[in-house]
Design a binder for this molecule. Structure first.
Ligand SMILES: *Cc1c(COP(=O)(O)O)cnc(C)c1O
Length: 532
């Protein structure tokens, strides 16, 4: 929301100054958190940070299209620009600032060595249209990463080009569709099974490819209900899409039986590998009977992916599906690498191209750097430490919060909201109060199968002292919520943040994307409408 810059009244004028909030200040600033106006509000017409020469006088050849009015760009000095953007850069809570408990999200640690390698001129300056003879090292890098991914998953092939997890799902399910087509069963097998706890992208992918999605219920242990699965399997089923460990942070302990039942019914087993960080180096999905699985490089093998940054979703494929993998393939002829872009390079019928060029080179570089700097033994330890950290959080809080399921978890600790029953405090209030304590909230209300879900994923990279402080903060909040006297305080949270409870739905439905000077308010201002 645009905040007016009326200095005589102080900028905080528009902020709620109710008793539960931190005291209002004249500037609107809170300690060193600066109340930042939009750059357009700061700018003064005519001010400029650089000294440009007068443009030469040339004949106007614009045929009357020359701009008549002001260009409307903000005018600022260089320090104003630097200060504005530096202040903005400090507004976001980030993995480099502290514990980031979001679950179903994973990658928190982004070693600096990765960034260094990704910026080496021979890698950072590559252009995808460069002659192949000049990018031999890059192709070898992709091939070496592919080798690691195959070895870690125990699968014979990998399609490297998909650009994210959801794109990988599309790739894997297209390969399954192609294999069914080749068997003459594409029309008959139109059902895809997905557990109720599945990430939304699974049913979305299946539906986008024309399959009908049938949900499979979870049992009271938070796992796939095997009997329900077996009852749903039949000659019309194309595949199951299953996440393991699943989105409740639990290992599907009957995975081998599930895989056997699926194959006995003539269907394929698509594994969503977004949680691979919990088992990498310990379990090879290929040994569990998986036919294909995407790997979110940005969740398991580093790359900062907060804020929807770039991703990469290579898909490992079984021998039955490998022939349908999309191009391109990186192949070696003698001692030269080349990019194969047709079926002749492989023994099969590639399903075509899914993405321009070869995939996300920057992500490949970071993932390989992460993998090689850990080594096989280090990757195994990543999984062990991630699981240990999550169980430490769960065990430390289970007397004050309520774990959603019995027994140990994998890489994330899932709580439901029954510990908040009759307190008047909701999961949302609890999460907002975490902001006051200096923590980014955990994932909330996901997975949907758990009431008021709170999903915490510490990953392997937090020091024990930092986890201990985080645990103590949550314990304190849980105790305060249950004391029965803090409902108002929770409803008012966050009290110390520069912005408090925003109307996120309105912001998403009616985003204000264009700034207008306050003397020229937009017609039908959605913010005004909302206020009315
Ligand atoms: C993140 C995630 C996805 C989707 O991956 P993107 O890279 O965000 O497209 C799919 N399934 C699960 C379980 C996930 O956590």
């Amino acid at each position: 929301m645009v905040q007016s810059l009326d200095r005589s009244q102080g900028r905080a004028g528009g902020l709620a100054a109710d008793a539960s909030a931190a005291p209002a200040t004249f500037t609107g600033n809170r300690a060193l958190q600066i109340e930042e106006p939009l750059i357009f509000e700061m700018g003064q017409p005519g001010r400029c940070g650089v000294d440009l020469p007068e443009p030469p006088k040339v004949k106007d050849r614009l045929n009357g299209l020359k701009r008549a009015g002001e260009i409307g760009l903000p005018g600022l000095s260089e320090p104003q620009v630097v200060q504005h953007y530096t202040r903005l850069s400090q507004k976001n809570y980030a993995i480099d600032m502290g514990v980031y408990p979001l679950g179903s999200c994973t990658m928190k640690h982004n070693p600096r060595i990765n960034e260094k390698v990704a910026r080496l001129p021979g890698i950072g300056d590559l252009h995808p249209l460069q002659p192949v003879s000049t990018v031999q090292g890059a192709l070898e890098l992709i091939d070496r990463l592919a080798h690691w991914l195959k070895a870690l998953t125990g699968m014979p092939a990998v399609a490297m080009s998909p650009a994210a997890g959801a794109h990988g799902e599309m790739c894997g399910m297209m390969a399954i569709a192609a294999a069914l087509e080749a068997r003459g069963e594409r029309v008959r097998r139109k059902v895809v099974l997905a557990p109720e706890s599945a990430h939304g992208t699974n049913p979305a992918t299946a539906a986008a490819l024309g399959f009908t999605v049938k949900p499979i219920p979870a049992n009271e242990r938070g796992r796939v209900d095997l009997a329900a699965l077996k009852a749903a399997l039949g000659p019309d089923v194309a595949a199951i899409m299953l996440t393991n460990p699943n989105t409740c942070g639990l290992f599907e302990s009957e995975i081998v039986e599930i895989s056997k039942a699926v194959h006995d019914a003539g269907a394929f087993f698509y594994c969503d590998g977004a949680n691979f960080n919990a088992i990498v180096g310990r379990v090879r999905p290929g040994d569990l009977g998986v036919d294909c699985m995407h790997i979110n490089l940005h969740k398991t093998f580093s790359t900062p992916h907060g804020g929807g940054g770039p991703g990469a979703g290579p898909v490992v494929l079984s021998a039955a599906l490998a022939p349908y993998a999309p191009y391109p393939w990186i192949v070696k002829d003698g001692d030269k690498w080349r990019v194969a872009e047709d079926g002749a390079a492989v023994d099969g019928k590639p399903l075509g191209r899914l993405k321009a060029f070869h995939g996300q080179m920057g992500m490949f570089t970071r993932a390989l750097s992460y993998i090689m700097s850990h080594g096989a033994d280090g990757l195994k330890q990543v999984a062990e430490d991630a699981v240990l950290s999550a169980n430490y959080v769960m065990a430390s809080l289970q007397d004050v919060m309520t774990p959603a399921f019995e027994g140990p978890c994998m890489h994330e600790a899932l709580f439901d909201d029954s510990f908040l029953k009759d307190t008047g405090v909701s999961t949302l209030d609890f999460a907002k109060a975490m902001i006051d304590e200096g923590y980014h909230p955990m994932t909330m209300y996901f997975p949907l199968v758990v009431h008021g879900a709170m999903l915490i994923e510490p990953t392997e990279s937090q020091a024990k002292e930092d986890l201990d402080l985080f645990i103590a903060a949550l314990r304190s909040l849980a105790e305060r919520a249950k004391s029965g006297t803090a409902e108002e305080e929770f409803k008012a949270a966050p009290r110390f943040a520069p912005r408090r409870r925003l109307d996120e739905t309105l912001a998403a439905r009616k985003p204000v994307l264009r700034w207008r000077p306050s003397n020229n308010p937009p017609e039908g201002d959605p913010m005004k409408q909302a206020a009315e």
